[in-house]
Ligand binder design. Structure first.
Ligand code: ATP
Ligand code: MG
Length: 367
């Protein structure tokens, strides 16, 4: 899979740009605040339907403009395709098209154009809080399992309703008691489905992370991963969807007072985590800074390997500002491992990267 061309209008500081990419290593080079990450973000939105940055869709519209537009022309491994998205500053919903056909739900485009993104915040994947690791899983699985994203959206909606009911529990216990089971059952059902996708994904991830990490660091230390489910089931038990659903139903039905006290749903896939070990020690406590970075990089490369083994083709790798954060050994490994893939990376200064295409970025203009 590779991106041939990105066309954007009014995307953050980019008034208009039409950028061609080659199949190998594309380097966007420029000073700070010129628009490098903005272009990476534009590519990302055509894969995931939304930005990787915090904020609303409308934030990506150039200040003072009424819309923004991005079109990605890419080769999907079999044929040429294109995806475009137009976001309006008024109340109109965003308009997504694939090969000139309107797509009504953004979730339906996810998985068509596949990416792996590695940006500075991912360097903390190991030691940061669980939300970052859940986000990693959600993006990775959504791109290869369309039903996963649908289940996540259903889960999010039910969770919102269940939390709203919990908040009224103290004032109106009768309504709470009469209604809560309905939401609990639906939530347990979706939680079990999502958990099952996640533990299956982690099974694959373990294999690939081990290989990438050992290639990078030598065989001295072995990484492994474990899914921590708030259902209290072990990772192995989570492969059984009905056991997982049952565990969640029991949690949801037996601890109403605690949830009302907390004002929110206390168990579910929104609380889960991945524990990452190095030689059986928890990496976030025991691994060195360098090892944690290498593990993060191994996770990202593994994400790409899984896409390749599932879909037959590598995704496009987007590396935003991370090369300067890696030491020479890690950088050399990264650069050798991306040889046969399309990479779009950003940096501020000239460095040791052998670029197949160098694109200069200044004031939102690409040359
Ligand atoms: N909605 C917007 N409209 C106009 N400009 C914006 C908008 N959102 C962000 N910007 C501006 O875009 C500029 C470029 O941002 P970008 O993150 O792409 O920089 P960069 O080249 O990646 O820099 P760095 O090397 O520091 O990461 C910033 O100055 C930012 O203020
Ligand atoms: Mg940047």
């Amino acid at each position: 899979m590779f991106c041939r061309n990105i066309y954007v209008e009014n995307f953050r500081n980019i008034a208009s740009a039409d950028v061609e990419f080659c199949e190998g290593v594309n380097v966007l080079i420029g000073d700070n605040a010129q628009g490098k990450t903005n272009l990476v973000e534009a590519i990302y939105t055509t894969a995931l339907g939304k930005s990787f940055r915090q904020g609303s869709d409308k934030d990506i519209i150039k200040f003072g403009e009424e819309y923004c537009f991005v079109k990605n022309k890419y080769f999907d491994g079999l044929r040429d395709s294109e995806i475009s998205m137009r976001i309006f500053s008024d109340r109109r919903p965003k308009r997504v098209e694939q090969n000139n056909m309107r797509i009504s739900r953004t979730s339906e485009m996810v998985g068509s154009f596949k990416i792996v993104i590695f940006c500075p915040e991912h360097l903390s994947l190991i030691k940061e809080g669980p939300a970052l690791r859940r986000g990693f899983l959600d993006v990775a699985i959504s791109q290869i399992r369309p039903l996963y994203l649908k289940a996540l959206q259903r889960y999010g909606n039910i969770l919102k309703q269940r939390n709203a009911l919990i908040k009224t529990g103290e004032e109106d216990r009768a309504t709470f008691d009469a209604t809560i089971d309905l939401f609990s059952e639906q939530l347990a059902h979706e939680a079990a489905i999502i958990t099952n996708y996640r533990v299956n994904y982690i099974k694959d991830l373990k294999k690939h992370v081990g290989t990438c990490f050992c290639d990078m660091m030598g065989d001295s230390e072995i990484p492994t991963l474990e899914y921590l489910s708030s259902s209290k089931l072990s990772e192995d038990e989570c492969f059984d969807i009905s056991a997982c659903e049952k565990a969640y139903r029991e949690l949801y039905s037996s601890r109403h007072d605690r949830e009302i006290g907390a004002g929110a749903t206390l168990w579910g896939i929104h609380k889960d985590d991945i524990e990452i070990y190095l030689n059986r020690n928890r990496a976030r406590f025991f691994a060195s800074q360098g090892q944690q970075r290498s593990l993060s990089l191994a996770l990202k490369l593994a994400e790409g390997e899984i896409i390749k083994s599932e879909c037959g083709d590598y995704p496009v790798f987007l590396f935003d500002d991370v090369l300067s954060e890696l030491d020479a050994g890690r950088r050399a490994y990264l650069l050798s491992s991306i040889k046969d893939k399309q990479v779009i990376l950003t940096c501020c200064e000239k460095n040791d990267i052998a670029a197949d295409k160098l694109i200069h970025v200044k004031g939102g203009v690409f040359s």
